[in-house]
Design a binder for this molecule. Structure first.
Ligand code: 5GP
Length: 112
């Protein structure tokens, strides 16, 4: 069981922003921007590169969830960035798909 499943089951605490039957959004414990929220599916998809065609509707809901978070936290107008890390070079550390929602400051490009 990953740490994110423990957050879903409330075994460990998190600052939850929003939750639906399909996904949950909570503040990252180590924020890289004034707003840094993770949107994760409740049904485990390990990583984006292992998602199946049947996961399409759930993947779409995660993006709409990120939009909801951006609206709720007031960064829709100022701008924000969505990040999904896959694998070692991508910087993935938790094997449970998650969309980072980053905003509240200007974000440099390209990323490091
Ligand atoms: P990744 O590096 O896999 O793309 O992102 C994992 C993210 O999960 C990191 O930004 C890390 O700070 C966050 N994270 C790891 N453990 C916890 C935790 O226990 N609680 C919360 N809220 N975030 C966590």
């Amino acid at each position: 069981m990953t740490i994110f499943e423990k957050i879903i089951s409330r075994e460990i605490p998190a600052r939850i922003v929003e939750e639906t039957e399909d996904w949950i959004a909570f503040h990252d414990v180590n924020p890289q921007a004034p707003v840094h929220v993770l949107v994760i599916p409740k049904r485990v998809i390990t990583r984006v590169g292992e998602a199946a065609a049947g996961d399409g509707p759930l993947l779409g809901k995660l993006l709409l969830g990120a939009q909801e978070v951006a609206k709720k936290l007031g960064i829709l107008e100022s701008g924000f960035r969505l990040v999904i890390n896959h694998g070692k070079d991508g910087g993935e550390t938790v094997p449970h798909l998650h969309v980072h929602v980053l905003g509240g400051r200007h974000l440099g490009w390209p990323p490091g």
